[in-house]
Every structure is written in structure tokens, then in C-alpha cells.
Write a protein that binds this ligand. Structure first.
Ligand code: SD4
Length: 331
């Protein structure tokens, strides 16, 4: 049964059991904003994304300014990077795995906690839109590999060669040594994670990537994993990540950051704590990059990373600004 229908049916079925007063009291219970955030004037609409993605954030802003939903904004926004052949970490033009296959990961999450993801999918240019279809048209959250690809064909997506001449030439060069040693801010640069709040105050997020260059075939990172590469809770805020996904998965980074905001931390403080958890797990060996960004329900934003070089872009009534992120390691 389609999820919407299922929800509708089950809601209708149980409606008689729930008294109006209980619904009201649940609503009150869920007003869990920390007291230090309750009186702030909220900034909305707003969009925030990893790295300096001017065009993607501008596209999302355009959707929001026209009164569109945060879900449409994040999908339309990240699609700009999926289509950009010069972005070698997302969509068409992404760097391949060590066998020369470009495999894409993406996820999307809406204000109601619905989510969809595709993992390790080949030959399809817009994984975020396939992820949205998984969310909206199936009873599932994740589809992987051939299953995801076939699902996309069923939904009318065209088979597309994702390996550009540039990425192919670089891979052939890499094969001469075949050493997997991701370079900080190079091979873990340019995954786009995006969060938006629309004029209704509703939050959504999306994250899309071709993953780590020259990974083992079949490898999946944090980006399509709800809670790791992305998490949204419409009562609290959202967070998303870029960098070496294995480390983000180990700490369920984006979920952690949203939970820290729920407990009263600002987006900036929560991102800093998220990075510190990763540092603690790795002791002195932090020869990799991670960057987190977050937004809370009031439209406050934050970002933090391990090594200098990460930035994030924010678009709101206050301007369209690229923020160099503070880093744990000072140079
Ligand atoms: C991954 N987090 O697959 C992604 C890589 C990334 O910019 O963020 N690249 O682990």
C-alpha cells in the first residue's frame, strides 16, 4: 500500500480513539523549543548549503521566494549541482569508483519526517529526484544499486552516461598508483547538503553525492543515510554533512546535531560538538575532513569542520553570503 494511503487509512481508523483533548495536549508537549530560543524572531524563508554553491542556493531561494515549499526548494537547489559536469563530486561528472563506475547516493527528508534515499545508483542523472519518488511513491525509505536504477526507469528517468572525459582521464591517471588516500578538501569536497525553511516555517533537507573518489565498488557513505548525512526535525531544525562519510556514519552526525539543538545548543554549538565527537573517536589521527552545517527552527545557522577550507552558503532576506567555516584544527 502506498505510504500516504496507509497513513490516511490508519489515521482515519484511529481517529475515533483519540479524543480532541489528547491531540491538543500532544501539541503542547511537542512545543519543545529550548526557552532561550522561544522569543527570537525567526528568519524565514532561508536556505543553507554545504560549500560555496552560489547557483544551487540561488535556485532554492527562488523557489522559496515564490512561496514554494522547503521540500521543492531543496530538491530544485541540489539538482543544479547534480547537473553540473564541473562538479566532480555530484551527479553527472562525478568521479568514479576504482572500477570506473560512477555511483550516486542521495536522500531527501521533509517536515513530517518522511524520507527517501537511493544508494550506489548508476546511470541516472538526478538521484535526489529518484529519492523523492522513493519517499512519495513507495512504502520504502531506501533503494540501492540495480533496484534503484530500475525503479528510476519505471518512473521515466533516462539512462545517462555519468562518466565525463575529464573524470575518466583522472581515474586512468589514478590507476597508475591505485592508492586510496583521499586528499583533504579535494576528494571530499563539493558534496551538496542543503536545508531550507519556507515561509510556513517548515524545514526540509536534501543531500547528494557521487561519494569518495576511487572508493571500492558498492561503497556507500553518509550522504544517503538518514541521520548520518542528513536529518530534519521540523520542531527543532536540520543538519547535513560533507567529508569522509565513514566518520559521519560512526557518530550518526546529523541526528546528533539536531538532538543537541533540541537540548538547547545553538546550530553553531551543535556543529562544534558534532565535530568534537568525531575527533574523540579518532584521537590524534584526524587526517580527513568533515564539515557540518545546521539550521534551527528560528533560522539561526551554524557550521564547523575539522580542517580549514570548508565553507557554507546562506541565503535569506539578510543576503546571499558564503561563510568560511571555523575549524577544529587551527593553522
Ligand atoms: C561520502 N560524504 O560519500 C561523502 C563525500 C563528500 O564532498 O562529502 N564529498 O562520504
Amino acid at each position: 500500500m502506498k505510504r500516504r494511503k496507509f497513513l490516511k487509512n490508519s489515521a482515519a481508523g484511529s481517529a475515533g480513539l483519540i479524543s480532541a483533548s489528547l491531540v491538543v495536549s500532544c501539541k503542547q508537549e511537542s512545543n519543545i523549543l529550548p526557552t532561550n530560543q522561544k522569543n527570537l524572531k525567526s528568519i524565514k524563508p532561508i536556505v543553507i548549503c554545504t560549500w560555496d554553491f552560489h547557483n544551487a542556493s540561488a535556485k532554492a531561494w527562488e523557489v522559496l521566494k515564490d512561496g514554494g515549499s522547503s521540500l521543492d526548494a531543496v530538491e530544485q537547489g541540489v539538482r543544479i549541482e547534480e547537473a553540473d559536469i564541473n562538479n566532480q563530486t555530484v551527479g553527472i561528472g562525478g568521479r568514479p569508483d576504482r572500477d570506473g563506475n560512477v555511483t550516486l547516493d542521495a536522500c531527501i527528508m521533509d517536515k513530517d519526517g518522511n524520507c527517501g534515499a537511493v544508494l550506489c545508483m548508476q546511470n541516472i542523472a538526478h538521484p535526489v529526484t529518484v529519492a523523492r519518488k522513493v519517499m512519495e511513491d513507495t512504502p520504502h525509505v531506501m533503494l540501492a544499486g540495480k533496484g534503484a536504477e530500475h525503479f528510476a526507469y519505471e518512473k521515466g528517468f533516462k539512462k545517462t552516461n555519468l562518466l565525463t572525459e575529464k573524470s575518466k582521464a583522472e581515474w586512468q591517471e589514478w590507476k597508475k598508483t591505485s592508492q586510496y588516500k583521499p586528499i583533504i578538501n579535494i576528494e571530499n569536497h563539493d558534496t551538496i547538503g542543503m536545508l531550507a525553511i519556507d515561509s510556513n516555517g517548515d524545514i526540509s533537507g536534501a543531500c547528494t553525492t557521487s561519494g569518495m573518489a576511487y572508493k571500492i565498488g558498492g561503497r556507500v557513505g553518509d550522504s544517503p543515510i538518514i541521520g548520518a548525512g542528513l536529518f530534519v526535525d521540523n520542531e527543532v531544525g536540520g543538519a547535513t554533512a560533507t567529508g569522509v562519510g565513514e566518520e559521519v556514519v560512526r557518530t550518526v552526525g546529523s541526528f546528533l546535531i539536531v538532538e543537541l539543538m533540541r537540548q538547547g545548543k545553538s546550530p553553531q554549538e551543535a556543529c562544534e560538538e558534532g565535530v568534537k565527537r568525531i575527533i574523540e573517536k579518532n584521537k590524534d589521527k584526524v587526517d580527513f575532513q568533515i564539515g557540518f552545517i545546521a539550521v534551527n527552527k528560528q533560522g539561526e545557522t551554524g557550521g564547523y569542520c575539522i580542517h580549514p577550507g570548508f565553507s557554507y552558503r546562506v541565503y535569506s532576506e539578510n543576503g546571499h553570503i558564503n561563510h568560511p567555516s571555523a575549524a577544529y584544527i587551527k593553522t
